[in-house]
Design a protein around this ligand. Sequence first.
Ligand SMILES: *Cc1c(COP(=O)(O)O)cnc(C)c1O
Length: 246
Amino acid sequence: MTSPADRLQALRARIDAAARAAGRDPATVTLLAVSKTWPAAAVRELAALGQADFGENRAQELAGKAAELAGLPLRWHFVGQLQRNKAAAVARLGAVVHSVDRLSLARALGRAGVAAGRPVEVFLQVDLGGPEGELAERGGADPAEVPALADAVAATEGLVLRGLMAVAPRGAAPGPAFARLAGLAERVRADHPGAVDLSAGMSADLEEAVAAGSTLLRVGTALFGARPLPSPEDESHQSHGSQQPG
Ligand SMILES: *Cc1c(COP(=O)(O)O)cnc(C)c1O
């Protein structure tokens, strides 16, 4: 068994090596620890080691951990499918939302950002194609629609456009998919110079993501270990959106 400290150190070494191999400064790559399914105690342990950014994919789980860990200087990220009726709860926590893939959700988050008195930082999730796996989140905008969605988000009060996000397609090499994502990000940046971030790369493909210019790696398994498979009950709760936050 390795300790969280060992895993974090090994992961940082892996990220540094990937950055150097790509001719990049490792300081330009931020590690986002995806703590979904793991208890608040696991977050606390990594926070004590200096990890500040954490990601969740369910609004209720995010709200619970954020409340339990309210005293810590953490930055929360939401990386799952988000329903409009959960936008306000996520915005109140100051979470960065990585999964904006439609205008209706962007508008709901913008209203929530205005109401919360601080703009919501968002990434537009891009569908890179390929079969959907159990870890790949459904959702993501058609790449052809992303420039127009970026324009709309940039024009929406209460939102700050940080950049694009994607999950690599399963069963295909991640490199070419991330390269397509990077090309699209460059195009968006031409119109929106502030959208400098790229959220790409997970435990299995972070090297390819860093090579393509990722600035934010979303890593779960390599930090926390293998997650138990979600139960069918969890799945139906998620797809029906029946759970209430808090
Ligand atoms: C779970 C998840 C991750 C982390 O995946 P690992 O393979 O465990 O590193 C990253 N991004 C999203 C959107 C996720 O849902």
